[in-house]
Design a binder for this molecule. Structure first.
Ligand SMILES: Cc1cc2nc3c(=O)[nH]c(=O)nc-3n(C[C@H](O)[C@H](O)[C@H](O)COP(=O)(O)O)c2cc1C
Ligand code: SF4
Length: 539
């Protein structure tokens, strides 16, 4: 069924995409409009409605609001949400204030969106400029890009020997920065070897993890490093089209990426036809409509195609069956952004910035609890204590834990900070997850159960609904925890452990499957706080 729908969507391709038509029609708020879209694409009304009713921004409740307060994890634990809301209540009624998760200002914790623009409550209408810091002698990601002609001339140096370029990527050992750390060159090789027809490059700019704003910064401030990485990957695999999917909660990033794509075409670097100079490569910027799960790669592909963005079963993996069923290299913003540096400095040099198994540098987002909040470019393998206490200047108030790597990352107790280094292996070995490396502080006086409720509620709202363990498990977990904290009902530990195991083992993707990790960390390291919520004598 989905293959048939995919085929119908593919007939019009990207320039007149089904997704854009659904969004343009107003989604499920405008059923008549959706019927027209279904007719145009010769697809069923139900299929179009099921996609149009999925996204937050196309939901009638959301559209009835005038202003949206960020309710990401960092804003929650900072305790500032209440102040922002109270201030907004002077200009808006309670009914006019909605929420968005998350606006990517975890370093200031006072963001809200009004009229499609993000504003900050404390520092005024212009989002405060982030000045990233680094402990690398030669930063790979935050270095200025300079003039675009010069910047893209590097592609010309490699275009005559694209196998050598792939060799450098392999030498670098670059691992995906979107969370899973999969070796980049393997995907590229698979897609390159997957026949010679239409292929795509897709950049995952959905950065849904509350606490992370590094992709946002790259998209806004270093758009050409992302586009260069996509272009080079496209040349290597023989793709002529790149899609950058940017979440709608990042309007400035969407704007800057569109401007960067236009600048490239105006400079004659991309968008060429056969007769012109420049690369025959076209970029499309797709703006998300508010759905965390669209960060999961297969859900993201379905979203671009205008299908309901439920997670697809894998295999087949996107490298062989990706966008519109064609071979696709889909990677994270930061992954692509490293490619210029790798091809300029050489894979071996770039690798030496990190450890053997986690080469290179990693962008790290520090939330507003830090004395020096904001963005860091950190050599992989740097002690976590250096990141937190030296580069971040420690926290402004006592903090008992750090949630690192988003809602599906681990909950690192402050007592473990000295044991970890910032790389994939150290975190996995310690029972945590580096993920996308957003660091959210949990103050001493913030109840751990409140954090767990938030995580279950987040999963409950963001679940794509395809599999039971996640769809139902997140609701049941939220109920158990909220009834325990609000009504004093005791939780059966056996039932709770069973729930976590079912979610971990039975979920189709890492939304339902990853949630148990921080929950288990919390039960293990904060048993003094959590034990009282469980029935006694039941282990
Ligand atoms: C629930 C969920 C959300 C995800 N969100 C993101 C995201 O916002 N950005 C991202 O790059 N990867 C995200 N991922 C990982 C992607 O599925 C995929 O692994 C990644 O984009 C591949 O790029 P990489 O190899 O460069 O990391 C998410 C995965 C899951 C399960
Ligand atoms: S785990 Fe959740 S988000 Fe992932 S496929 Fe299952 S229902 Fe969808």
């Amino acid at each position: 069924m989905s293959r048939n729908l995919r085929g119908l969507s593919a007939r019009r391709g990207l320039s007149e995409g089904l997704y854009e038509d659904i969004v343009g029609a107003g989604g499920s708020t405008q059923p008549a409009g959706l019927k027209n879209v279904a007719g145009k694409f010769m697809t069923g009304g139900a299929a179009v409605m099921s996609a149009g009713s999925f996204y937050d921004f196309l939901n009638p409740v959301h559209q009835g609001k005038k202003v949206y307060v960020c309710d990401g994890t960092a804003c929650l634990t900072s305790g500032k949400q209440g102040d922002v809301r109270s201030a907004l209540l002077k200009s808006f009624s309670e009914d006019e204030i909605g929420t968005m998760t998350c606006l990517g200002h975890c370093h200031s914790n006072d963001a809200f969106m009004v009229n499609g623009e993000v504003r900050l409550y404390e520092t005024g209408n212009d989002p405060q400029e982030l000045k990233p810091r680094t402990n690398a002698d030669r930063p790979a990601l935050i270095a200025p890009q300079g003039e675009i002609g010069d910047y893209y001339s590097l592609a010309g140096r490699w275009v005559s020997d694209l196998s050598a370029a792939l060799g450098e990527l392999e030498l670098s050992g670059l691992r995906g920065r979107g969370g899973a750390g999969f070796p980049f060159h393997i995907k590229v090789r698979s897609a390159r070897d997957a026949g010679s027809g239409q292929k795509y490059i897709v950049c995952n700019g959905d950065e849904g993890d509350p606490g992370a704003f590094s992709d946002k910064w790259l998209l806004e401030e270093r758009p050409h490093s992302v586009l260069f990485g996509m272009l080079m990957t496209g040349l290597i695999i023989g793709a002529d089209t790149g899609v950058i999917y940017v979440r709608g909660e990042y309007p400035l990033a969407v704007k800057r990426m569109r401007e960067a794509v236009s600048a490239l075409e105006e400079a004659g670097i991309t968008g060429a036809t056969d007769d012109n100079a420049g690369y025959r490569f076209r970029f499309h910027v797709v703006e998300g409509s508010g759905a965390y799960i669209c960060g999961e790669e297969t859900s993201l592909l379905n979203s671009i195609e205008g299908l309901r963005p439920e997670v697809r079963t894998r295999p087949p993996f996107p490298a062989v069956y990706g966008l519109f069923g064609m071979p696709t290299v889909l990677s994270n913003v930061e992954t692509f952004a490293n490619i210029h540096n790798i091809l300029e400095a050489g894979g071996t040099h770039w690798a030496s910035l990190g450890t053997d198994r986690s080469p290179g540098t990693k962008l790290v987002s520090l939330d507003g609890a830090f004395n020096r909040p904001g963005l860091l470019e950190v050599r992989m393998g740097t002690p976590l204590s250096v990141v937190i206490n030296e580069m971040g200047g420690g926290t402004r108030y006592p903090v008992k834990a750090f949630q690192i790597g988003g809602p599906l990352g681990g909950l690192v107790p402050a007592s473990k900070v000295d044991d970890l280094t910032l790389d994939f292996e150290s975190f996995a070995g310690g029972g945590f997850l580096l993920g996308h490396a957003g660091i959210v502080s949990v103050p001493d006086d913030f109840p751990v159960i409140r954090l767990l409720e938030h995580l279950f509620e987040f999963t409950m709202k963001e679940s794509c609904g395809k599999c039971f363990p996640c769809r139902l498990g997140s609701v049941r977990g939220y109920e158990l925890l909220s009834h325990a904290s609000e009504k004093g009902e005791k939780i059966s530990r056996r039932l709770f452990d069973d729930l976590l195991e079912t979610m971990q083992l039975g979920s189709l993707c890492a939304l339902g499957g990853g949630l148990p990790l921080p929950v288990k960390n919390a039960l293990r390291y904060f048993s003094d706080e959590m034990d009282g919520f469980f029935r006694k004598g039941e282990e």
